[in-house]
Design a protein. Structure first.
Length: 392
């Protein structure tokens, strides 16, 4: 039996989520330094969500039909790095849009395939997944804090060097990952149309879309928002790290929380917290205490929400339909919802200002709250699905 490549898998997760920690909070600041408008910044950053709409499904289909999973993971690492290096020479919107689309298309391909590779290596030892995946969260925290501290001393272009180094790390670990035997899903085939006709399923998918749209302005403009109100880059990194620590804490407590509250209760609390969170984010930025509270609420608006949502999908899409259900959830929420949220916030930022832009996030969250309240029933039992994927 092949030994588990623990540190090679852990290293890949470390660098993959370190890229998110360096790119998501700070690349918008670099674009701002090039005098891009808020709409241009939102359009560029939205490419990451746009490619998540169909990128993982496209690469998954190719692997399912032609195999060569590890080759695709390595190709994604190489082309993703090459696409990003173009930013060192580009400073105009058309060229940067192409480079961002290439980066996003290939970068989004890798994680779902690495997840299946990891579980194929683990086989009957799936409880060890958390020990491997934890290094992704460690990588995110180190990158977000380290990049923030660095940008207090160097020009915003420094984020390009940090991200390029991290993408090189992704490629190196992709090259040393070993293949594992594929394990096909089991279970009865359930017609996907029958599942999607259920009001609770439609309501949940709509609510998930709304929650990701609510976070659109946060992922694109939160660092710009803080920097514009005098927060040092180090403080920006600390606040982002606090949000990740909050979500990890919630994940660790989910089993205990689930014994006391229904899945519906957890979702309602998460959406209510999002309504409050984005109002405070927009209108209370001058208060450091409020911003700390805002980031602690990330444990609910992403951690508890995400754990409950994938648990519901795991129950309502049985057997072989689970994979399609999880793909639909990811595409509608992180893909379509994140895309719309990023574009709407980019459109509103210059004309309406930060307060009203983040308030739109609260409106999206309120819409999701109403969908859950009306159509998700209290009799759904929380059953943990595959370990949630922190740091989005």
């Amino acid at each position: 039996m092949q030994a588990l490549p623990h540190w090679r898998l852990s290293g890949y997760y470390f660098f993959y989520f370190a890229f998110i920690g360096a790119f998501s909070p700070y690349f918008g600041l670099y674009l701002q330094s090039l005098s891009f408008s808020a709409w241009d910044i939102g359009l560029l950053m939205s490419q990451m969500q746009l490619m998540r709409l169909f990128g993982p499904n496209l690469w998954g289909w190719l692997v399912d039909h032609f195999g060569h999973r590890l080759a695709v993971i390595r190709l994604a690492g190489a082309v993703g790095l090459a696409g990003f290096l173009a930013f060192f020479w580009l400073d105009r919107l058309p060229g940067m849009l192409v480079a961002m689309a290439v980066l996003a298309l290939f970068w989004s391909a890798a994680l779902p395939l690495v997840e299946t590779l990891t579980f194929d290596h683990l086989r009957e030892e799936r409880g060890r997944y958390g020990n491997i995946r934890l290094w992704g969260s460690v990588g995110f925290i180190i990158a977000v804090m380290g990049t923030g501290a660095l940008l207090d001393w160097v020009a915003p272009v420094g984020v390009l060097w940090v991200c390029a180094f991290i993408l090189l790390g992704i490629l190196v670990f992709a090259l040393v990952l070993p293949e594992a035997p594929l394990h096909s899903a089991t279970g009865e085939e359930t017609p996907i149309r029958d599942i999607l006709r259920q009001p609770r399923v439609l309501a949940l998918m709509g609510a998930c879309f709304a929650m990701s749209a609510a976070h659109g302005g946060f992922y694109v403009f939160y660092s710009i928002h803080l920097s514009g109100h005098g927060y040092a880059k180090t403080a920006v990194g600390l606040l982002w790290s606090l949000g990740v620590l909050a979500e990890i804490g919630v994940f660790l407590l989910m089993a205990r929380i689930a014994r006391r509250y229904s899945l519906r209760d957890i979702l309602l609390l998460s959406f209510a917290a999002a309504v409050l969170r984005f109002l405070l984010m927009g209108w209370a930025v001058e208060s450091v205490a409020a911003m700390i509270f805002v980031q602690l609420l990330h444990g609910l608006t992403f951690g508890a929400y995400h754990a409950a949502a994938i648990a519901a999908v795991n129950q309502w899409f049985p057997g072989k339909a689970q994979g399609r259900g999880q793909a639909l959830y990811s595409s509608l929420s992180f893909g379509a919802g994140g895309l719309i949220g990023a574009l709407v916030s980019g459109w509103a930022w210059d004309d309406w200002g930060a307060g009203w832009t983040f308030s739109l996030g609260s409106v999206f969250a309120l819409a999701g709250l109403l969908l859950v309240w009306r159509w998700v029933t209290a009799d759904t039992v929380f059953q943990a699905a595959k370990t949630p994927d922190p740091v989005q």
